[in-house]
Design a protein around this ligand. Structure first.
Ligand SMILES: Cc1cc2nc3c(=O)[nH]c(=O)nc-3n(C[C@H](O)[C@H](O)[C@H](O)COP(=O)(O)OP(=O)(O)OC[C@H]3O[C@@H](n4cnc5c(N)ncnc54)[C@H](O)[C@@H]3O)c2cc1C
Ligand code: FES
Length: 286
């Protein structure tokens, strides 16, 4: 049965509600819709992979944004932001030197120690690479700590691929250790050196031992059902699959109820869930 999550107590640390001001130090276009942001805080964020921050602009608004870098000792935070609405439209116009508000880090995230000695499979679709990069980076940086590392990354067309240089550099690592499979639904007449197909296509051919494999999954909602079916066919138990689920969020700290999946508060118990803990929640994969 899924552990019941209670909203955080009203005596919550007031710092959780107060944005810390941070400076934008770099903004780079990644695709037509996504920009890479590097911001500098006054102290290290101290996050785990898979956590998120509440990013705000005074007078405009606030939205949850995934942390896209692995844990670090400096004051830098990296994010990928899609131009999707009122806040992100303004964020896309920012230049280095602009000031933004940051609350967090929030959410469950991944515990790297869970992955020690395991074969790791990361399956990402589209913008899902942004949060999972925060897990992939520390794993790739210490490959001796883990078994084999497989990254399956899919997007609609080559023009929508995020972090191409990094995916390509990971694919040039020791191929007995790291394997990167890049896919697009269609090439749209653009140059492409990966495969064509859905992220589900390579799963049946993965050479893994289900007993010692952990899978992390993040992508558009439609992807989950089909990927989970393929993982089941491979014999990977739900307790070895982590899914990153997004819900609308306001407070980020278990107070407003905006993010609820049935009785579970996604902002606190998620957005990363071990799949066996939520598989019976009706609203989980909607
Ligand atoms: C944990 C988490 C991590 C996230 N990480 C990232 C990330 O790394 N990068 C990123 O770009 N985005 C991320 N998002 C999504 C991002 O928070 C949203 O896209 C956010 O709404 C953008 O804010 P906005 O004000 O620019 O857009 P909004 O004005 O909120 O609009 C965004 C879209 O949502 C629609 N919308 C707005 N309100 C509602 C509503 N109540 N019901 C249904 N639809 C609505 C709008 O029509 C529009 O299409 C994340 C979300 C969560 C929960
Ligand atoms: S309870 Fe407010 S966002 Fe989760």
């Amino acid at each position: 049965m899924c552990a019941m999550t209670h909203p955080a107590s009203p005596e919550l640390d007031p710092e959780l509600y107060l944005p810390r001001m941070a400076s934008v130090v770099a903004v780079e276009s990644m695709t037509a819709r996504e920009k890479f942001f590097k911001v500098e805080l006054s102290k290290p964020l101290g996050h785990r992979p898979g956590q998120f921050v509440m990013l705000s602009l005074l007078g405009i608004g606030e939205a949850p944004i995934s942390i896209s870098c692995g844990p670090r000792h400096d004051n830098i935070l990296e994010m990928v932001i899609r131009n999707a609405g009122s806040l992100t439209r303004v964020l896309h116009r920012l230049q280095p030197g602009a000031r933004v508000g940051i609350r967090g880090p929030f959410g469950s995230g991944f515990h790297l120690d869970d992955f020690n000695g395991k074969d790791v499979v990361c399956i990402v679709g589209g913008l899902g690479l942004a949060p999972l990069r925060s897990l992939i980076q520390p794993i790739i940086a210490q490959p001796q700590r883990f078994g084999s590392i497989t990254i399956i990354s899919g997007c609609r067309t080559p023009a929508e691929e995020l972090y191409r240089d990094e995916l390509e550099s990971w694919s040039r690592m020791d191929q007995d250790k790291v394997s990167v499979i890049r896919l697009v639904d269609k090439t749209a007449n653009l140059p492409w050196n990966g495969k064509i197909g859905l992220v589900t296509a390579p799963i049946p051919d993965l050479k893994i031992n289900p007993a010692r494999t952990l899978v992390a999954l993040c992508g558009p909602p439609v992807m989950y059902k089909f990927v989970l079916m393929e993982l089941k066919a491979l014999g990977i138990p739900n307790s070895q699959i982590f899914v990153d689920l997004e819900r609308r969020m306001k407070c980020g700290v278990g107070q407003c109820g905006h993010c609820q999946i049935n009785h579970v508060y996604c902002c606190q118990e998620g957005p990363v869930f071990r799949f066996d803990r939520i598989e019976n929640l009706q609203e989980a994969l909607q």
